[in-house]
Design a protein around this ligand. Sequence first.
Ligand SMILES: Nc1ncnc2c1ncn2[C@@H]1O[C@H](COP(=O)(O)OP(=O)(O)OP(=O)(O)O)[C@@H](O)[C@H]1O
Ligand SMILES: [Mg+2]
Length: 668
Amino acid sequence: MADEQKKTAAASPPAKPEDSRQIADDDIIGKAYDGRLMRRLARYLAPYKLQVAISALAIVLKAGSDVLGPYFVKVAVDNYFAPLHRRHSWLAARLSPDPVRGVSQIAALYLASLGLIFALEFVQTYLMQWTGQKIMFDLRSQIFRHIQQMHVGFFDRNPVGRLVTRLTSDVDALNDMFTSGVLAIFEDVFVLSFIVAIMVRMSWLLALLALSVIPLILYATRLFRLHVRDSYRRQRAATAKINSFTQEYVTGMSLVQLFNREQRAFNDFSAVNFENKKAWTDAIFAYALYYPVVELLSSTAIALVIWRGGIYVLHSTPALAAHAGFLHPVVTLGVLIAFIQYGQRFFRPIQDLSDKYNILQAAMAASERIFKLLDTRNEIRTSAHPTPGDGSGRVEFRNVWFTYQTLTAEQQKRIRTLSDEALGDCSDIEWVLRGVSFTIQPDKTAAIVGHTGAGKTTITALMMRFYDVQRGAVLVDGMDVRQQDLTHLRRRFGVVLQDPFLFAGTIAQNIRLGSAWITQEEVERAAEEVNVAEFIRSLPQGFSEPVLERGSTLSTGQKQLISFARALAHRPGILILDEATSSVDTDTEVRVRMALERMITGRTSVLIAHRLSTIQRADTILVMHKGKLREQGTHQELLALRGLYYKLYQLQYKDQELDADEAAAVPA
Ligand SMILES: Nc1ncnc2c1ncn2[C@@H]1O[C@H](COP(=O)(O)OP(=O)(O)OP(=O)(O)O)[C@@H](O)[C@H]1O
Ligand SMILES: [Mg+2]
């Protein structure tokens, strides 16, 4: 089995590196039964023990009832139609000796057994589907909850598509197993064993004959399984590719159209689309071949039974029955008829089983991936004994060293032991912040400036403890963020991100963002304060105007102002504003500037600033360069220093002085 896995894995086509990692992960198909996974899955069944027990009972009973029909026919034939020498079976003894009445009794029994099968099937199907849905509900909730509480770094490494797959198709694969797979396997196994038992009891020689084709069927099944498994693997890979391809191209559609890439995009798409179709048709080919083959083999078995069994029946006259022996068994007509019927019922579960095998295999692989996700630990957690800050709004960085890399144990050891200087020389660690120290006093405004990629956004992410620092400490409200309760810590912040994000919902909902304690008045006041209320009211439905996913119907400037209102409405102690470079027009610029003035008064503010106007007002300016805090002071102080800031000012901001003056002249 392990060898097969290696073979199929080796046969998979090479893809782009990150692609192959995702697909390799999404595509492992392992064992059809893995005890460790099964035990863990069984825990999800625990709350529904009763339902499962009833279903299981129904299955056994149904499997039993399934084999009754042919038996009744046999009794009818042997008792009334062609009585050879009555065997006094339990049932025969209880039937009426009058043939007409007896046959009616048997017909009634037959009908009753069908009724029973109907009822049992209903109970079992309904209960199992119900339980399956409950379990899927539980599992999806658990996965979503788990994803939500993962640290931000986790999302840097896990593409959206993969997490969506965990929640949807992987859970569905498990659902298939719960509802049709596992129990149906039990059912098939029960039916098979009941039939074999009853056949052997009726005539072991005929049973041997009927079962003689089994080795061939097993061989065909094995070929079928391997083939289908391979197509199944390719199907999954192709579907994953179609999904990510569509996602990427739909998101970038305007670029595709701008560069007239439609035809090439379509060709690329056709290639994956074709792979998908090919995988499916291969699987269909296997199904189309396998089912008739099993059919053929089972018919052969029945033919054998009719031939040999027929001869036995012909020889089993009352006179000859007396000489019956090992090679001349007595076979009644009823037994022959029952055998033909059992033969027809016997091979269907075998066909089903091979199909179920694939369901199981897919489910095992899906649960492996789901559990892997659930077992990924959140690396950023509240300490066991959180200490609250003093609520002052003071922010301090003490010799902070930080990298986004996941470090090896050896690298971590080096970080613990080396001096700052030696640490800076480690070329295998890409430091984003190198020994950054600064303090922002309560209610003061700090502006962070620096080239793109200098580490500005990173600094703000560390304040909210989206990542943990590798050396040094980040203090908020006079307390190390690692000591504080995460929920409390994050509640202290109001943030406007570089790329404002809106959720699907109304504008008011986006400002409130689930905080029920914010009243409608407060929502409107916040919007007024940031000068966006007028715009919102001009919309057909005002504050109830729906926002589409990602706020795609609004301009970036509008989105930014709405996220200003959102930050303000939550009355944060510390405001973080990651300015988007040039997303706003002059009119909005003035609004934003005025909004900002109001927002930063009375609270500690950290502004990542690209506008000169914002920077000039700041109480302190932090100048970042390649992960280091190079200069710190007020606008005038830093200009006088004639250092990095002075250069930046000459290069970037001097022109803005003019623009800003012009902008101020435009009526708001
Ligand atoms: N999630 C991340 N994973 C890995 N590396 C990151 C991540 N975010 C940022 N970086 C890297 O860290 C460095 C600093 O990024 P940061 O976003 O802090 O820059 P910035 O100063 O805010 O730049 P900008 O002005 O363009 O917003 C960059 O080299 C960037 O490539
Ligand atoms: Mg940034």
